[in-house]
Design a protein around this ligand. Structure first.
Ligand SMILES: Cc1cc2nc3c(=O)[nH]c(=O)nc-3n(C[C@H](O)[C@H](O)[C@H](O)COP(=O)(O)OP(=O)(O)OC[C@H]3O[C@@H](n4cnc5c(N)ncnc54)[C@H](O)[C@@H]3O)c2cc1C
Length: 476
């Protein structure tokens, strides 16, 4: 086993880890990044869950299925007629795989460009002695890496339903849900969170009959109530069957598919028979095989690595970022923490503002928000003003042929500071960036209302919603 010395070693090459490694190298540290993800040929596939079985492939399939949906249901409104539109699922999945590979290769290129040494294999703590850490890499070759600073970014894994382990054939995690080879006639989804709704949308658009079973009595509880209500209406109209407040019982698989016994919200016994079942009931921080116990790295009772506000663990010079620590399981949160930690190691003031992390659900309509919801402001006893503007009254939305939803502003009643912005509608994922910038700079609703927005653009609805906070409208 060869031994190599570095200033910083990053364990995990997802968005938290690979970004931390690149930033550390840019700051002048001799940096290594270890990642164990394998592509189907056994080669390295850095980028973690996000690149391989998360953000990127899901958005690729959402895009393909949206094109299919448009061709089937919306082209005619534009005077475009086609013959029978068909979908080649194998080709769609192959395109998704090609997009993933471009991202894997892009990360390997960035490692080279920034002089990050990449090690393909599993990293685990071997020892802590003389002010340095020894990290063993088990991969094609065995290596021992010695470094003063360690950044852990080992991510998360899909949570299994007790008694219904993932077989990725009938009972699918996000991994299997992104690799279904043919459109199932009936698809069940347990959990109506972001992943369940995005995956359910892909296969519904392609023709599956989709039923979503959710244990909680409210739909999208973390989302602003007004937005969640509109989302429920739109998804139901599209044909997604959503049952709330259910209690899942026994899940059985057979040659024919999967049956789920459950009690509905009234407590009545029900059974759902489907060809495939996606289980998306949350994710579990991943510290498997890390050797946390070897060096005495402290985990919390959820199994996440315990960190303070700066991502410091209980061990000197050991940091942890991303899904494996507290906070929202989002790729951009992991990236921000990765950059901040590299900068803190360099003695700089790394900065992550948890109040301005945007959230997006890439369904149709898209849902995006930043800051507090109306129900949170009420619970916190904050005096606020609200302004809302529908896309129905937006010229660009009409020209696009997508007038669903609205933009909603919540501002402090006294100071007019923006406290939350909630969007449901076309391009919400892109529109939310303006609200994030505004909140980061502590802007008031009036600031947004006074800024010139291009005409015709969807962003005029953002301006109108800001104006509506003061009960004004200009109807751009
Ligand atoms: C279907 C789906 C869709 C999603 N869509 C979005 C989205 O649109 N936007 C968004 O912000 N977030 C999305 N997410 C969440 C996002 O993927 C995660 O928040 C993000 O990947 C977390 O990054 P990370 O770096 O902490 O961990 P990960 O991306 O999980 O990366 C961890 C890496 O560490 C490696 N690793 C683990 N242990 C070891 C070890 N001991 N040695 C070596 N390597 C190890 C793993 O193999 C992996 O490559 C989605 C997730 C899923 C499942």
């Amino acid at each position: 086993m060869s031994t190599k010395n570095f200033d910083v070693v990053v364990i995990g090459g997802g968005p938290g880890g690979y970004i931390a490694a690149i930033r550390a190298a840019q700051l002048g540290f001799n940096t290594a990044c270890i990642d164990e993800w394998k592509n189907d040929k056994g080669g390295p596939a850095p980028g973690g869950t996000c690149t391989n079985v998360g953000c990127i492939p899901s958005k690729a399939l959402l895009q393909s299925s949206e094109h299919f949906d448009h061709a089937n249901h919306h082209f005619a409104e534009h005077g475009i007629s086609t013959g029978k539109v068909t979908m080649d699922v194998a080709k769609m999945v192959a395109r998704k795989d090609a997009v993933v590979k471009q991202n894997n290769d892009g990360i390997l290129y960035l490692f080279k460009k920034n002089k990050v040494s990449f090690f393909h294999g599993r990293g685990s703590f071997a020892a802590a002695k003389d002010g340095v850490y020894e990290v063993k890499v088990a991969g094609a070759a065995e290596e021992l890496i010695v470094a003063k600073h360690v950044i852990i970014a080992t991510g998360s894994n899909a949570r299994q339903l007790p008694g219904a382990a993932f077989d990725e054939e009938n009972i699918l995690s996000n991994d299997g849900a992104l690799r279904i080879g043919a459109v199932p006639k009936k698809l069940g989804v347990i959990g109506s969170g972001v992943i369940g709704l995005e995956m359910g949308s892909v296969w519904r658009r392609l023709g599956a009959e989709v039923t979503v079973l959710e244990g909680l009595p409210t739909f999208l509880g973390a989302v602003d109530e007004g937005v969640a209500k509109e989302a429920f209406k739109q998804f139901t109209k599209q044909g997604l069957k959503i049952e709330l407040g259910v209690k899942i019982g026994e899940v059985k698989t057979s040659k024919k598919g999967v049956t789920v016994a459950y009690a509905n919200a009234k407590g009545e016994a029900q059974e759902l028979a489907v060809d495939k079942l996606i289980v998306s009931i949350g994710r579990v921080p991943n510290t498997i095989g890390l050797g946390a116990e070897v060096v005495g790295l402290k985990l919390d009772d959820r199994g996440a690595i315990e960190v303070d506000g700066d991502c410091k663990t209980n061990l000197p010079n050991v940091w942890a970022v991303g899904d494996v620590v507290r906070g929202p399981m989002l790729a951009h949160k992991a990236e921000e923490e990765g950059v901040a930690v590299a900068e803190r190691i360099a003695g700089q003031h790394g900065h992550v503002n948890f109040n301005t992390i945007p959230w997006v659900i890439y369904t149709s309509p898209e849902i995006a928000w930043v800051g507090r919801t109306e129900q949170q402001l009420k619970a916190d006893g904050v005096a606020y003003k609200a302004g809302q503007f529908p896309f129905l009254a937006n010229g660009r939305a009409r020209a696009l042929g997508d007038t669903t939803g609205f933009v909603k502003f919540l501002a402090d009643a006294k100071t007019d500071e923006i406290l939350g912005v909630h969007i449901i509608g076309p391009m919400a994922s892109e529109l939310i960036a303006e609200a994030v910038v505004a909140m980061e700079f502590k802007a008031s609703a009036e600031d947004i209302a006074r800024i010139c927005h291009a005409h015709p653009s969807l962003s005029e609805s953002t301006k109108e919603a800001a104006l509506a906070v003061d009960k004004r409208t200009l109807n751009f």
